[in-house]
Design a protein around this ligand. Structure first.
Ligand SMILES: CC(C)(COP(=O)(O)OP(=O)(O)OC[C@H]1O[C@@H](n2cnc3c(N)ncnc32)[C@H](O)[C@@H]1OP(=O)(O)O)[C@@H](O)C(=O)NCCC(=O)NCCS
Length: 180
C-alpha cells in the first residue's frame, strides 16, 4: 500500500532519499544531493520546516510542503506542493513537483502519488486550477498528469503546460469522495 506522509517522519530514511536524488532530472531539482546526515539534520530539515511555514523565504520562493510517498517501510518518491502561484510559477513549474526513485518506476507509483498529492493541494492552493509543467521529452510524467485529469493547455519550446481542475467532478462515487 502506498501512503503519502509529510516530511519530518523518519530522519534517517528521508536523509538517505534526498542524498541519493539527482541534482536535476527533467527539471525536478534537488539542491541537497550528496548532503551529509549532520547537515541534513542541522540545516536542511529546519530549513524545510521554515519554508513550509513561509519563514525566511528567499525572494523567489513561496511556502512549500514536502511529502514522501511510502510503500510499507520504504520511501519511493517525493512530492512537493507550492502553496500559491507567482508570475514565475504560473509561467513556469506550477504548483506541484514530483520524483519517483528509479528502481520503483513504471509501477503506477507516480500516478498514485500525484493523486494523493492533489487531494492535499486542493485544500491548500487558492487558485481554481492546479498548474503543472512537464518537459516535452518526458512522456511518462505527462501520462501521470493525464491519468490524474490533467489537460494540456499550452506549450513553449521545451514544455507542455498542464492544468488539473481543483473541483472534483461529481460522479457515481460522489458520496464516498464528498465532492468539494
Ligand atoms: C515521471 C515519473 C514521476 C513517473 O513515475 P512512475 O512511477 O514511473 O509513473 P507511473 O508508473 O505511475 O506511470 C508512468 C506511465 O508512463 C508510461 N511511460 C513510461 N515511460 C514512457 C515512455 N518513454 N514513453 C511513453 N510512456 C512512458 C508508463 O507506461 C506508465 O503508463 P501506464 O501506467 O499507462 O502504463 C518518474 O519517471 C520520475 O520521477 N522521473 C524523474 C523526475 C521527473 O521527471 N519528475 C516529473 C517532472 S514534471
Amino acid at each position: 500500500m502506498l501512503k503519502l506522509k509529510k516530511f519530518n517522519t523518519d530522519l534517517e530514511k528521508e536523509w538517505a532519499f534526498v542524498r541519493d536524488m539527482p541534482e536535476n532530472e527533467n527539471g525536478l531539482t534537488n539542491s541537497y544531493n550528496g548532503v551529509s546526515k549532520q547537515e541534513f539534520e542541522e540545516k536542511v530539515l529546519p530549513e524545510m520546516l521554515k519554508h513550509e511555514r513561509g519563514e525566511d523565504l528567499p525572494d523567489w520562493m513561496v511556502p512549500e510542503t514536502m511529502l514522501y510517498l511510502w510503500k510499507e517501510n520504504e520511501i519511493v518518491g517525493q512530492f512537493r506542493i507550492r502553496h500559491y502561484l507567482t508570475d514565475a510559477l504560473k509561467n513556469g513549474s506550477g504548483h506541484i513537483g514530483y520524483f519517483i526513485a528509479k528502481e520503483y518506476r513504471n509501477k503506477g507509483y507516480g500516478t498514485e502519488g500525484l493523486k494523493q498529492t492533489l487531494q492535499i493541494a486542493r485544500q491548500i492552493v487558492p487558485e481554481d486550477e492546479i498548474y503543472l509543467r512537464v518537459n516535452k521529452d518526458n512522456p511518462a510524467s505527462l501520462k501521470v498528469m493525464q491519468k490524474n485529469g490533467g489537460k494540456v493547455v499550452g506549450d513553449d519550446e521545451g514544455h507542455f503546460f498542464v492544468r488539473i481542475p481543483k473541483k472534483v467532478e461529481c460522479s457515481e462515487d460522489c458520496f464516498v469522495r464528498k465532492c468539494q
